[in-house]
Structure formats: C-alpha cells, structure tokens
Design a protein around this ligand. Structure first.
Ligand code: GCO
Ligand code: MG
Length: 404
C-alpha cells in the first residue's frame, strides 16, 4: 500500500488548524493534525518542503519505519516543529491502517482498557461569583472534573478565562501581533487559595478540581502555592514552573502533597525522562500532536506507567479535532490513564471537521468508526483562509518579559 499524495490543508474556522492528508494507491486517506499554535506556517513549510516529498512511494503500513525515517533521518532531532510534523504523519498512517482494516484505532492499539475517557472542562470567571456559576454550569452538563481559573484582583488581564461572547471555550489566540499582559506573582499567590475556597464552599468536594499555573512561578513560590491549596484537595496544579527545568520540580515535590501535572510544551520522551523516572510529577501532559504522534506518545505513557505517573494529555482548542480524536483512542487503551483535557472547538470548526466522538456523564468515547473517526470537508476549509493569530506575551510590572 503505497503513499501517492501528502497534502497540507491550512484553514482558520475560528482559529488556525493545519491538517495533513495522506492518500494511498488503494484509495484510502488518513488525517493528521499538524497545528502548532502561533507558529502554524513553520510546520506547514516543514511538511510541504521536507516531509511530503519523502513520503511518496513509501509503504503506508510501515508506521514504525516511517517514524524512524523522519526522526533519525533528519539528523536534527526533536523540537516542536519537527515533532508536530512527524505527529501528523504518524496519526494519518494510523488513520489509514484503521480504514484499511475496518477497525477503530483503539482496537489496533490493543483494545479498550476502560469504558470511557474521563475529561475535564474549563470553568472561569471575571469574579468568584462568575466562576462558581460557571462551575455550576459544568456540573449540570455532567462533568466530573473541572479546571478553574479566575481574574486575579489588581491585574488588568488574567490567562485562562473565556473571552466574553465566545461561549464556553477558553480562546486566547487573537490578532496579528501578541497582546501584552502584565503579571504580579504576589497578587496571584494571595488570590489562588481564595478561589479554591469559594469553589469548594459552594460546590463541595464531589468532583475533581484542577488549576493551571501556566509556568509562572519559581520553584519555591510553586511549593508555597501547593501547600496553600492542600485543604482543597486538588486533582492537580498544572505547569507550576517553566516545564523545561526538570530539576526544579524536586523543590516543589519536597514541600507539598498537591499533585503536579506538566508537559504540554514537551515534544519528546527526553523532555520528561527525569520528571518521570524520579517521580517528580503525578501526571504527564504530553499530547499526540506535539509529541510525535501515537507511536511516540505510547512510549512516554509506557515509561510513565513504570513509575506510577498517570496521563493527563493536553487538549486545548488549538489542537484540532483530529488530534483530539487520536488522544481519545490512545487514552482508552493505556493502563495508567489519568484524565484528558477537553476544551472543545468553537464553531465554525464543526463545518470543517466531522467527528464521531461523544460526551456523556463526564466521559468521552472515540466511537467505533474505522480509523480515527474524523473527516475534513475541504470545501468548507477553503472558506476559512489562514489568518495570523497570536497568544499574548507576559511582562512584569517593570516591563520585563515573564513566562506566558
Ligand atoms: C491548557 C493550555 C493551553 C495553552 C495553549 C497554547 O492547559 O489548555 O495551557 O491553553 O495555553 O494550548 O497554545
Ligand atoms: Mg496548560
């Protein structure tokens, strides 16, 4: 089964998505998500100029060989652009294998290890009243796990909040240049426990509570935060410090029992080797689309299983429905699954991507359609041309750059 075409589709139905479509001489095609938020066209060029021409004529069934060929064969290894491109190829080949064999991808991965995939939704608010109302909304929808973020008093803007008027999705990328945010850690450290107290006081402890710190603290500040949140029995705090400094997590670990999740910005097993083997985290957040696809993410999850680290993959709205479906297939099969982020996709993304995954009672299922179960409408995609959209940048009050 030879690959005869590899095409890159760039569309912006609400936000930018890059989709790789691989076609074989048997008439099958498969899809992979190649979206790298804010740097989309770098992956498009990497695929179009360097990867797609090399795929033509290769056997689509040799997924492992194609992966090794693209990873080892490039000489320049890893990095978000390379690993997102490889991920797209990998997912498209799994999709093709599923369609050719008439099986959903989770069956090809050894079959389901659970009935459904626990997901967490995103509640937020400009005030604590708004936040706790939003938590009520998610509980009514059936969510069993909810991430909470609220505007920090005294700051003009806070990350992780719904944009007014866009519905229940957190959607920060906007505009042809990044907006400037201003951050002040003391204000946040004072406010965070008040936020969790308000949520637990109104809604109790009958659901999992999550929070994203978005890489903003030093290790000691993160340790202080973890301790101050212990009474609220967090499911996790996410990205307490910049994730690339793996050793920093030792300090956090020594001081708090609040569980730690990190890894959405990682792109290979090497980025989380120390974190996993030293048990410095509880959840690994690497995703299918930024970490080399199903083939490589499986290896990370298997390593994590050896050390009692559970999975909690990134599933923000800037990952397309194609990689979200791939995540659900993999999540269903891994023994050490923990939770899956589910931000959903704003319309008109639904015009471009037809999905077969479902949500019920806090759990998602990928469905039994052959392959990944997602199709792209290329005519609809053409109606939404690419437009640059950037995440904000973050500065401290003295004007110096901080982590966003
Ligand atoms: C999350 C994330 C995202 C990222 C975004 C960057 O936990 O969902 O932190 O919202 O900011 O994916 O592109
Ligand atoms: Mg995050």
């Amino acid at each position: 089964m030879k690959i005869v075409a590899a095409d890159v589709i760039v569309a912006s139905p609400g936000r930018n998505y890059v989709t790789l479509k691989i076609t074989t001489d048997s008439g099958s095609h498969g899809l992979g998500d190649a979206t790298l938020n804010g740097r989309e066209l770098a992956v498009v060029a990497y695929l179009r100029e360097h990867v797609c021409p090399l795929l033509i004529g290769r056997d689509a069934r040799r997924i492992n060989d194609v992966w090794q060929y693209l990873y080892r064969g490039a000489y320049w290894r890893r990095g978000p652009v390379t690993m997102t491109a490889i991920a797209a190829v990998d997912c498209a080949l799994w999709d093709i294998l599923g369609k050719e064999t008439g099986r959903p991808v989770h069956e090809l991965l050894g079959g389901a290890a659970r009935d459904g995939v626990l997901v967490y939704g995103h509640a937020s608010g400009q005030t604590l009243d708004e936040l706790t109302d939003d938590v009520a909304h998610y509980l009514e929808l059936g969510y069993r796990a909810i991430r909470v973020q609220a505007a920090v008093p005294g700051l003009d803007s806070t990350y992780g909040l719904h944009h007014p008027g866009t519905g229940h999705t957190y959607e920060p990328a906007d505009g042809a240049a990044p907006a400037d945010n201003v951050w002040h850690t003391p204000a946040y450290l004072d406010f965070a426990p008040q936020m969790m107290a308000a949520v637990r006081e109104r809604h109790g402890y009958g659901f999992h509570l999550l929070h994203d710190v978005h890489h903003r603290l030093s290790p000691l500040e993160a340790a202080q935060l973890g301790k101050s949140l212990e009474p609220y029995r967090m499911f996790w705090i996410e990205d307490p410090t910049p994730a690339e400094d793996q050793e920093a997590f030792r300090t956090i670990r020594q001081h708090t029992t609040t569980p730690i999740a990190t890894g959405e910005v990682f792109n290979s097993i090497w980025d989380c080797q120390t974190l996993i083997t030293e048990r410095l985290i509880d959840y690994i957040r690497t995703s299918v689309s930024h970490t080399g696809g199903i083939t490589h993410l499986r290896k990370i999850f298997d390593l994590a299983a050896l050390y009692g680290v559970r999975t909690g993959s990134h599933g923000a709205g800037d990952l397309s429905p194609v990689s979200f479906a791939a995540a659900l297939h993999l999540d269903l099969t891994v023994p050490n699954f923990g939770i899956q982020e589910y931000m959903g996709h704003l319309d008109p993304a639904g015009e471009v991507f037809r999905t077969s995954y479902t949500f019920q009672d806090g759990y998602m299922r990928p469905g039994d359609a052959p392959g990944l179960g997602v199709e792209i409408d290329e005519e609809a995609a053409a109606r939404y041309p690419y437009s640059p959209k950037y995440l904000p940048v973050n500065r401290l009050r003295d004007g110096s750059m901080h982590d966003w």
